[in-house]
Design a protein around this ligand. Structure first.
Ligand SMILES: CC(C)(COP(=O)(O)OP(=O)(O)OC[C@H]1O[C@@H](n2cnc3c(N)ncnc32)[C@H](O)[C@@H]1OP(=O)(O)O)[C@@H](O)C(=O)NCCC(=O)NCCS
Length: 153
């Protein structure tokens, strides 16, 4: 099945503001109680430094998800992918994550890594689909994907 979704690297403040309601919904879901739009905006603005990248996912032009990542030395760290509940289970999350991985690879990072809670089975499935290696860490796993082939001499 082809997914009718676009994933775009955010380059303008206008696009960044479009992900505020998604951040608000994401954090509300994660902590199990609503947070305000102002809180969502604060969190995005706090993250919006030079080492961070944001992606927005759209279906028919409407924002349905976002992804965040950051430079971490030679590695690139996935800081999260979120898809609105109505659009889950059709491959949008893996599409956004793959776009982050492609970006990190194209920019010469040696590894893409992230952490996932052991309870987040949907996210674990998404990471497995993309071939991440899992290592137990804390309450979940540290996950890694090698990006550059080693040159054997
Ligand atoms: C994790 C997440 C990004 C996955 O995105 P997605 O677009 O649903 O990903 P997929 O379509 O590959 O589905 C992943 C798994 O979710 C489950 N799923 C299927 N339908 C679903 C639905 N309607 N609602 C929720 N989960 C569903 C399935 O187990 C699926 O695996 P399968 O395709 O092998 O059956 C999404 O569930 C999400 O936004 N969760 C809340 C935020 C979060 O936990 N983010 C990750 C940590 S930062």
């Amino acid at each position: 099945m082809t997914i009718d979704a676009t994933v775009t690297l955010i380059e303008t403040e206008k696009e960044l503001l479009e992900i505020v309601p998604l951040k608000q919904a994401d954090d509300s879901e994660a902590i199990g109680k609503p947070i305000s739009a102002g809180n969502g905006l604060d969190k995005i603005m706090r993250l919006n430094g030079p080492s961070y990248n944001f992606w927005i996912v759209r279906v028919n032009g409407a924002p349905v998800g976002y992804a965040v990542g950051k430079r971490d030395g030679e590695r690139y760290k996935g800081e999260g992918v979120y898809v609105t509940p109505e659009q889950r289970g059709i491959g949008i999350g893996p599409l956004a994550l793959q776009r982050q991985v492609d970006y990190a690879k194209a920019h010469g990072f040696i590894e893409f890594w992230s952490v996932v809670s052991g309870e987040n089975r949907h996210s674990i499935k998404m990471l497995q689909k993309l071939g991440f290696k899992f290592e137990p860490s804390g309450q979940g796993y540290e996950v890694r994907l090698k990006l550059q082939e080693e040159i054997l001499i």
